[in-house]
Write a protein that binds this ligand. Structure first.
Ligand code: AMP
Length: 789
C-alpha cells in the first residue's frame, strides 16, 4: 500500500470517529488527518482554545481570516494546525506556506512550535531572519522548504536579491500584525504580498486592530472574516468597577493608599499609566514607599521586559506598572485588580484593560482614578457600556456593589500626601522624574482623542446643578465624622470660583469702575437669560426632531433589510439625508417638547446596551466589523506620540507638506508593485553565491529536490521529525542589519575546517619567515656598524 492510499484510509477512519464525537468540540471534530492529530496530542493539547475553536474550521474551509488574539491564547497552533492540514506532505515545488513575524524571537519560537506540532508530517521549514548570514539563507531556500518563517525586512532583501517570484505560495500568515506595522514593515509587507499569487489564503493574527491594519486587510485579503476574542464577553460579571473622583495631584497618595490599605498584600495588581515617564515615576515612588513593583513600557529593553513580566508572573512582586502599548502582548491570566491611574480616553481601551481581571471564576476589582478633566471620558465609557453613571449621593451610606462614582475622602489623601511630599523633598531623582512625567503628560493630552461633545455637556450640566458627590463606598471604613466641617470647608475652597472681576476688587461703590461693572451686569444678565432660554427651546425642538427622524430611518432601514434578504446585491440611490438638508429642515421647525418620559415605564426604541453592542457587534461585512474593532494605541513616549502627530511635515524647499522620512539620506528604489524600498536591497550577493557554488537555477525552478550548494550546508532548514538540532545563530535585531558585528556559532564541513587550518598555517609560516628576515637584517646592520667603529 503506498503512502497516499494509507493517508486516505486513515483520514476516512478519523472522519468516521469524528462523526461519533461531533458534539465534543474537540480537535477530533475538526477532521484532522492522522499525522497532524498525532502532533497535537503529543504536544499535550486536549481541547482547542477558544481562538482555535473559532479559527481552525474557517481556515480549513479556505477562508481568509483576521483574528484578534493575544499571545497566550493559543494563536500559533490556530494557524499551524490548518496549515499542516493543507500542506499534508513535503513537496519539491517550492515554499507553499509563509509566516511573517515582527521579531527574531517570535520567529524562532514559531519555528520551535512548527517543529514540535508538525513532527509527524515530514514537512520542511526554513527561517530567514535579519542578523543571520545571507548565504546560509540562499542555501536554505534552495533546499525547497514547504514553510518559510521570516521577518519581513530580511525576507524582502533575500527575495529581491534572488529575484524570487513566490508563485508556489498558497498560505500566508501575518503573525502579531499590529507589531509588524508598528515596527515600520508596512512597505515590505505590501511588496511581499504583491509577489504572491492571487489565489493564496491570507491570515492575519493581531492583538489590536489599528486603522492601517484594516486598510491592509481590505487590500490584501479576500472577503475576510473577523474573529474577535478580545472583547467577546464585554466585562466579566465577577468584576467590580470603582470610579474614584479626585484631583490630579491627589492621584499619587490615593494610589499608595489603595495598594497599602484597600488591596490585600497577596493580590496581583496592574497599574495602567499614560506614558513611559509616568511608569518610571510611579515605579520609583512605589519603591520608595515600600511597595515592590515591576514595570514595562514599549521601548524598554527586551530582556528587561521579560524579567519584569516574569517577576510579576511568579509573584516576586504583586504590582506591575504598564502602558497600554506594552501591556498588549503580555499574558497574565490570573489578575486580581487593575488600577487606571490615568483614565483611558477610549472606551474600548478600558474594556481591554479591565478584561484581564476576574476571569476563570475569580472575582476582581478595577479602580479608576478620575481627575475632573477625565470625567467626560467616564461618561463616554458609560454610554459605550450602556449604563447610567451611578453617582454616590452626598451623605448617604451605600453598599459597594460596583459601578459607583464617588469622592475620595480628604482624610485618605491626607494620610499619604505628607509622605509623598517628604519622598520628593528627599530625592532629586524623584523631582526630576515628576517634572519629566508632567511634561510628557502635556504631549499625551494633546494626542489623545477628545471626549464626545454630549459627554462634555452632561458634565457641565452636573457641575452647574451643584450636586456634590458623596464618599465612595470602598472607603467605608475611613472615619470622617469629626472632620466633616473642615472637609466641607476644604471642598468649598476647592470648588470656589470668584464672580468679581479685577475692576471690583478693593473698590468701593464710589469708585467709577464699580458702577460701570454693576451696570454692565444688570444689562447683560437679561441678554444672557434670554439667550439661554432660546438655546434650551432649540435643543428641545432638535431632540424631538431627531427622535422622529430616527424612527423614520429605522423604518426605512427595515424595508431595505427586507430587500437585501431577497437580493444579494442591491443597487439603489442612498436614502440618507445629507447633514445640511437635515439641519435646514430643523431650522425651519421649532416645536416645544413637553417631557412625558417616565423613567420607570418608558420603553426606549433602542436597547439599553445599544452603544456597546454597536461597538462590539459582529455584523456581516468585514468593513463593518473592523470599524468597530479599530483601536489605535498612542505611543507611550515622545517619539511614539510625535510619530502619530507629525506624519506630514512642511518642506521649505518644495513648498508643500511631505511625509516625514526617518532618514532623508536613505536612497530608495521603486519595485514592480510601485512600493519604495531601500536601494541597498540589491547587492548581487546572490549572484556571487551562485557563482561560488556553481548553481544555475533559482529555487522552485527545478523539478527535483532543489539544487543544493556544494558545501551541502542547508542554513536554517528544519525537517520535521528529523533529530537534527535547530540551526541557531546569535545575531543582532532585524533593524541593525549587517553593519553590526556578528557572532556566529555554526557547524562547519570537514572541507572548510581543513581549508581554514591551511590558511592559518600559511599565514603563520609567512609571519615566521618575515620575522626571520627582519632579525637577519638587524644583525647584519649591527655588525656593519661595529666594523665602522
Ligand atoms: P500562543 O498564544 O500561541 O503563544 O500559545 C500559548 C501557549 O498555549 C503555548 O505554550 C501553547 O503550547 C499553549 N497551547 C496552545 N494551544 C493549546 C491547547 N489547545 N491546549 C493547551 N495548551 C495550548
Amino acid at each position: 500500500m503506498d503512502s497516499d492510499e494509507e493517508m486516505a484510509q486513515t483520514r476516512k477512519l478519523v472522519t468516521q470517529q469524528n462523526r461519533k464525537k461531533k458534539k465534543s468540540g474537540g480537535f477530533q471534530a475538526m477532521g484532522l488527518s492522522y499525522p497532524v492529530y498525532k502532533g497535537v496530542t503529543r504536544k499535550g493539547y486536549k481541547i482547542p482554545t477558544p481562538i482555535q475553536r473559532k479559527t481552525i474550521p474557517l481556515i480549513m474551509d479556505s477562508k481568509d481570516v483576521v483574528a484578534m488574539a493575544r499571545t497566550g491564547s493559543g494563536k500559533t497552533a490556530a494557524f499551524l494546525i490548518p496549515m499542516f492540514e493543507k500542506l499534508k506532505a513535503h513537496s519539491a515545488k517550492g515554499a507553499r506556506a509563509m509566516i511573517m513575524s515582527p521579531t527574531r524571537e517570535l520567529a524562532l519560537q514559531t519555528l520551535k512550535f512548527t517543529k514540535e506540532l508538525g513532527k509527524y508530517t515530514g514537512l520542511k521549514a526554513a527561517v530567514i531572519l535579519g542578523g543571520d548570514r545571507m548565504e546560509n539563507q540562499f542555501a536554505a531556500l534552495h533546499e525547497n522548504p514547504d514553510i518559510i518563517i521570516a521577518t519581513p525586512g530580511r525576507f524582502l532583501h533575500v527575495i529581491v536579491e534572488m529575484d524570487m517570484k513566490l508563485k508556489s505560495v498558497e498560505y500566508i500568515v501575518f503573525d502579531e500584525a499590529d507589531r509588524l506595522f508598528e515596527m515600520g514593515f508596512q512597505e515590505q509587507l505590501h511588496e511581499i504580498i504583491h509577489r504572491l499569487p492571487e489565489s493564496r489564503q491570507t491570515l492575519l493574527f493581531s492583538a489590536t486592530l489599528p486603522k492601517l491594519l484594516v486598510e491592509f486587510a481590505k487590500a490584501g485579503l479576500t472577503d475576510p472574516t473577523l474573529i474577535r476574542l478580545d472583547v467577546d464577553s464585554k466585562l466579566s460579571e465577577n468584576l467590580k468597577l470603582s470610579f474614584l473622583a479626585c484631583r490630579a495631584v491627589d492621584k499619587l497618595p490615593l494610589l499608595i493608599y489603595l495598594l497599602q490599605s484597600i488591596i490585600k498584600a497577596k493580590e496581583q495588581t496592574v497599574v495602567f499609566a499614560a506614558t513611559k515617564h509616568h511608569v518610571e515615576y510611579l515605579n520609583m515612588v512605589l519603591s520608595k514607599a515600600g511597595i515592590p513593583s515591576s514595570y514595562i513600557y514599549s521601548s524598554l529593553d527586551q530582556t528587561y521586559r521579560k524579567i519584569s513580566v516574569a517577576k510579576f508572573q511568579h509573584k516576586k512582586v504583586n504590582v506591575m506598572i504598564v502602558t497600554d502599548l506594552a501591556a498588549r502582548g503580555i499574558d497574565i491570566p490570573m489578575l486580581d485588580n487593575v488600577i487606571n491611574f490615568n483614565f483611558p480616553a477610549k472606551s474600548k481601551l478600558f474594556v481591554h484593560r479591565v478584561g484581564r481581571v476576574a476571569r476563570a471564576g475569580r472575582s476582581g476589582t478595577a479602580y479608576s482614578l478620575v481627575a475632573p478633566e477625565e470625567v467626560p471620558y467616564l461618561y463616554d465609557l458609560h454610554v459605550f457600556l450602556g449604563r447610567a453613571v451611578r453617582t454616590v449621593p452626598k451623605g448617604k451610606k451605600i453598599t459597594d456593589d460596583g459601578w459607583w462614582f464617588g469622592e475620595v475622602p480628604q482624610r485618605v489623601i491626607d494620610s499619604e500626601a505628607e509622605m509623598v511630599r517628604q519622598l520628593h523633598d528627599e530625592s532629586v531623582d524623584l523631582q526630576n522624574l515628576k517634572r519629566v512625567s508632567e511634561n510628557a503628560y502635556k504631549h499625551y493630552v494633546k494626542s489623545r482623542p477628545l471626549p464626545a461633545q454630549e459627554s462634555v455637556k452632561r458634565v457641565k450640566d452636573v457641575d452647574k446643578s451643584g450636586v456634590k458627590l458623596g464618599a465612595h463606598p470602598c472607603f467605608a471604613s475611613v472615619k470622617t465624622g469629626d472632620e466633616s466641617e473642615r472637609l466641607n470647608l476644604l471642598d468649598a475652597l476647592r470648588s470656589y470660583k470668584s464672580n468679581t472681576t479685577i475692576f471690583e476688587v478693593n473698590s468701593t461703590n464710589k469708585n467709577p469702575s464699580f458702577d460701570v461693572m454693576k451696570n454692565k451686569r444688570t444689562w447683560h444678565e437679561k441678554v444672557v437669560c434670554s439667550n439661554r432660554l432660546k438655546e434650551a427651546n432649540m435643543r428641545d425642538a432638535d431632540m424631538e426632531e431627531e427622535d422622529q427622524e430616527e424612527d423614520q430611518e429605522g423604518e426605512e432601514e427595515a424595508n431595505q433589510e427586507d430587500v437585501k434578504n431577497v437580493f444579494s446585491t442591491v443597487i439603489a440611490p442612498s436614502k440618507h439625508h445629507s447633514g445640511r438638508e437635515t439641519s435646514q429642515r430643523r431650522k425651519g421647525k421649532k416645536r416645544k417638547l413637553t417631557d412625558i418620559k417616565d423613567e420607570e415605564n418608558y420603553l426606549h426604541y433602542r436597547p439599553a446596551d445599544y452603544q456597546s453592542e454597536k461597538g462590539l457587534s459582529v455584523s456581516s461585512t468585514f468593513e463593518q466589523q473592523a470599524s468597530s474593532a479599530v483601536l489605535d494605541l498612542t505611543g507611550d513616549d515622545e517619539t511614539g506620540i510625535k510619530k502619530k502627530n507629525n506624519q506630514l511635515k512642511w518642506d521649505r524647499k518644495k513648498k508643500k507638506f511631505v511625509r516625514e522620512e526617518q532618514d532623508p539620506k536613505k536612497r530608495k528604489i521603486k519595485t514592480e508593485s510601485g512600493t519604495w524600498i531601500s536601494a541597498s536591497y540589491k547587492s548581487n550577493a546572490y549572484r556571487d553565491w551562485r557563482d561560488k557554488h556553481k548553481i544555475d537555477s533559482n529555487p522552485g525552478d527545478s523539478d527535483g529536490e532543489g539544487q543544493k550548494s556544494r558545501s551541502g550546508r542547508p542554513g536554517r532548514l528544519v525537517v520535521m521529525g528529523s533529530k537534527g538540532r535547530l540551526w541557531h545563530t546569535k545575531g543582532s535585531e532585524e533593524a541593525s542589519g549587517t553593519k553590526k558585528k556578528k557572532q556566529f556559532k555554526e557547524l562547519k564541513s570537514i572541507d572548510q575546517i581543513a581549508k581554514n587550518r591551511n590558511q592559518k598555517s600559511k599565514i603563520q609560516n609567512f609571519q615566521k619567515h618575515r620575522r626571520e628576515e627582519k632579525r637577519k637584517r638587524r644583525t647584519f646592520k649591527n655588525q656593519k656598524m661595529k666594523k665602522q667603529k
